[in-house]
Design a binder for this molecule. Structure first.
Ligand code: NAG
Ligand code: NAG
Ligand code: NAG
Ligand code: NAG
Ligand code: NAG
Ligand code: NAG
Ligand code: NAG
Length: 759
């Protein structure tokens, strides 16, 4: 937003000079020498003639003529019913003009109501009424200042859509019978400093404010003379303070002894229920809101990336605030819009050190003024907003409390939000209760409005109960397909054929039925995909073949048997953040996502391997790993591919092995016998949703609060390594085995044929 240019005209200055001489106001910040009574209860004065008066008379306070007043009432679409009420304050003879600023869309209605009103009341109104339509997209404050050009009154009184309804009698009197002082003055002001955001209401003495919010009154010609092009009341205050050397933008009336102190309903969100009940239920007292103009300026920035949020209540905005604050703290412009049915739209919310500004959706045309190509719109799935061509993100209302992980997303990652598409593939046979547990955990997942397709694969030997569990299952987040084999395949084809990518943006989450998921499994996947496959990192991690939800607690690949494993031990010894997520070569089969290029290559690799074209099926590809003894496992072959190619999978590494999936190790194809020791070696706690805001481990509890750019790399037996070192090991094994003279590092990526030296 442009800072308003300041050009104070000479008239203003000369008035000021005259004034400062005559009434000895030291126009320095907060050092008013006049008492409250001198300023505010002197007889009215016609500002138009002040300059002449000042030059020939000592008596500034003498009444030259009855000053005239123009009232500007900005109406909003919901303000109509209150019109009668709002106008009831302006029957005084000094009110010459009433300017009703209203949205174009309702100007006709306003005209009818106004006519009825004036006819029906044998009214004492002396004023001329004008209806000034304005475009919704215009700043209300700018519109107010524009309307001054049609005013020929001495003073201008700006109110809100309710007239002076909530204003105490003394302040009403002072507003309707303004006196000499040239500053904008009224009962409501805001004092801002780097540390302070204070709402000012009348108190025992006059107070200086950084700016005023309506209602306030000011001399018409002074305001005209100020120039500038303020878009908000705050900017107007800044102009006043710069032009008038006061270091303040307005004065707040003192309180008359007999008045009761005005409560700060207009300011504190806390108590704002009096005027706007839907936002009254926010108890957090760290939030303070400010009511500047009702509407705000047109949004016309063409920044590289513009973020727009649209929510329906302040509470929703507050829930999403951590994400917005994170974007803002990185310099990203976020426009927060509230699609509220209340006429009142607050303007500012503070949580901790973060200030969120927001406007009424009515005041903005989101469909123009933005380059959709660089716009990200975040709104609720329950609301029907969308900007054609922009990145439109629709989050379910119930997911809002769990969005904090999004704070780690970069602008580019946000823009790629919709690119990855996940398919969940469930492989099951005859463990109905395991399957039911898995399906229920998937359904409890949070998907943040994303569409997820699901496939359930029933083995030929699936039992009746299992089939019933599948039939009873319904899936709300995307399409659901059920497959049933008629010839027994076994686990290898069941898993390998359960999913095949359609594009380079297709991802498969492969789940056997004894797995159970955390409700947060999807954000872990989404965040990792966006970090390592999209945004700034497109093409940067070609070796990454998948994302594990499960945390390794044991490593099975040591030639001499299973060993317990704790990645933090290794990291601590090597000056790596203890709980850093890491890349490991071990493919996980207990809840993991596989990437399209690597999975397609794996299919080709298996086909070639089973054909025995290059070497015998029982040849050993990876030396000294226990998987060589596994005969029917797809993982054995995946490990070979991973070894030759130096592929890696991302693993979580939260404290206490907290994971996004666990395995219950129930008796099945692989597990013949379930011992307690074996179960303890594999089952891990699942990450849970916070309840009642209680602090528990969440996805962003990562070193630095974000996924690492270069995660540590572990080899198949759990030793620290690097991609380069692994690549060298794999390449040399390939040369040794295949006697192939084409170097794997210069052959096409993801091509199993060239990998296996078949040209
Ligand atoms: C907010 O409301 C609470 C309870 O109603 C009250 O104790 C507190 O003083 C209020 N805070 C402000 C800033 O008004
Ligand atoms: C706010 O709303 C919640 C849920 O609707 C309710 O439980 C709570 O009592 C409300 N709080 C206040 C202060 O009204
Ligand atoms: C937005 O992107 C589309 C497709 O890339 C392009 O045709 C269009 O011109 C772009 N629009 C703007 C305003 O840059
Ligand atoms: C914030 O900005 C820094 C520096 O430009 C960048 O490295 C970082 O990724 C950004 N973070 C987010 C969440 O956008
Ligand atoms: C998918 O990725 C592969 C391997 O990088 C690449 O050869 C292919 O062109 C990509 N396909 C599309 C449609 O981008
Ligand atoms: C893993 O090792 C780290 C570092 O020695 C230790 O702090 C942590 O408690 C260990 N985790 C478990 C579950 O034993
Ligand atoms: C992993 O690295 C360690 C240490 O360099 C090495 O002894 C081990 O053989 C490697 N494992 C595999 C499967 O290559």
């Amino acid at each position: 937003m442009n800072h308003p240019s300041l050009h104070c005209c000479l008239v203003t200055l000369s008035i000021l000079v005259a004034f400062s001489l005559l009434i000895s106001i030291t126009l320095e910040s907060r050092r008013l020498l006049l008492s409250a009574t001198q300023i505010f209860s002197g007889p009215p004065i016609n500002v138009n003639t002040q300059v002449q008066v000042a030059s020939r008379s000592e008596n500034v306070f003498s009444t030259l003529s009855q000053p005239t007043l123009a009232v500007v009432i900005p109406l909003n679409s919901y303000g109509l019913s209150d019109l009668r009420n709002a106008l009831s304050f302006f029957g005084s003879p000094s009110v010459r003009q009433v300017l009703l600023l209203c949205p174009e869309s309702i100007s006709l209605e306003v005209e009818h109501s106004l006519r009825d009103l004036i006819l029906s009341e044998k009214s004492s109104h002396h004023a001329v009424y004008s209806i000034i339509p304005r475009r919704n997209s215009d700043s209300l404050v700018a519109a107010v200042f524009e309307s001054l050009s049609s005013s020929n009154s001495d003073w201008i009184l700006v109110t809100d859509e309710r007239g002076l309804e909530d204003i105490d009698p003394t302040s009403q009197e002072l507003l309707l019978h303004p006196t000499s002082l040239v500053y904008p003055k009224g009962p409501r002001g805001i004092r801002l400093s780097s540390t302070e955001f204070l709402c000012l209401s009348p108190s025992s003495s006059i107070q200086t404010a950084s700016y005023l919010v309506p209602p306030f009154v000011m001399p018409t010609n002074v305001v005209r003379g100020l120039g500038g092009n303020p878009q908000t009341w705050q900017e107007f205050g800044e102009i006043v303070s710069k032009c008038m050397f006061g270091e303040f933008g307005g004065l707040v009336f003192p309180l008359h002894d007999s008045d009761t102190r005005e409560n700060q309903d207009w300011c504190n969100l806390n108590d704002s229920g009096a005027r706007s009940s839907h936002i009254s239920n926010i108890s957090s007292n760290e939030i303070l809101v400010e009511d500047i103009g009702r509407d705000q300026p047109v949004l016309s920035e063409r920044l590289t990336n513009v973020f727009i949020t649209i929510f329906s209540t302040l509470e929703e905005l507050r829930l999403f605030a951590p994400v917005i604050c994170s974007l803002q703290s990185n310099g990203t412009k976020v426009h927060n819009l509230l699609d509220t049915r209340s006429g009142l739209s607050y303007d500012r919310m503070r949580t901790g050190s973060c200030v969120l500004e927001f406007k009424s959706l009515m005041s903005v045309d989101i469909h123009s003024g933005f380059d959709p190509n660089s716009t990200v719109l975040i709104t609720l799935a329950e609301m029907d907003h969308r900007i054609h061509g922009a990145t439109n993100i629709h989050i379910s209302r119930k997911d809002l409390p769990y969005c904090s992980w999004m704070a780690s997303l970069t602008e580019a990652e946000w823009r790629d939000w919709h690119r990855p598409r996940l398919t969940i593939s469930v492989i099951t046979k005859d463990r109905p209760s395991s399957l039911a547990r898995l399906l229920s955990s998937i359904s409890s997942g949070l998907f943040f409005g994303d569409s997820i397709d699901m496939r359930i694969h029933l083995e030929q030997s699936a039992d009746y109960e299992t089939t019933q569990v599948v039939k009873r299952f319904s899936w709300r987040h995307g399409s659901l397909f059920v497959h049933h084999r008629i010839i027994h395949g076994g686990l290898l084809p069941a898993v390998v054929e359960s999913w095949y990518p359609h594009t380079n943006d297709s991802y498969g989450l492969l789940l056997e039925d004894d797995v159970e998921l955390s409700p947060l499994f999807y954000p872990w996947i989404k965040m990792s995909l966006l970090r390592y496959r999209y945004g700034e990192s497109i093409g940067k991690y070609p070796n990454l073949f998948g994302i594990s939800l499960y945390q390794q607690k044991s490593i099975e690949l040591h030639p001499d048997g299973r060993r317990s494993f704790n990645a933090s031990h290794i990291f601590l010894e090597n000056d790596i953040p203890k709980f850093s997520p890491y890349f490991s070569q071990i493919p996980c089969s207990w809840g993991a996502v596989y990437f399209p290029e690597h999975w397609s290559e794996f299919h080709d690799y298996l086909a070639i391997r089973f054909s025995e074209i290059t070497f015998k099926l029982d040849n050993i590809v990876v030396p000294d790993v226990r998987s060589n003894r596994w005969t029917k496992s797809w993982k054995k072959f995946f490990i070979e591919l991973v070894f030759l190619r130096a592929y890696v999978m991302l693993y979580p590494n939260f404290p206490d092995y907290i994971s996004l999936s666990t395995n219950h190790l129930e008796v099945g194809s692989h597990v013949k016998l379930r011992t307690k020791a074996k179960q303890e070696a594999f089952s891990v706690p699942l990450m849970q949703l916070p309840v009642n805001g209680k602090q528990i481990l969440q996805i962003l509890d990562l070193p630095g609060g974000t996924l690492p750019v270069a995660p540590p790399v572990l080899n198949l037996t759990g030793f620290l390594s690097t991609i380069d070192a692994l690549t060298a090991v794999g390449a040399s094994r390939r040369t040794e085995m295949l006697k192939c003279d084409m170097d794997v590092r210069s052959s096409p990526p993801f091509d199993a044929r060239t990998l296996l030296c078949l040209s």
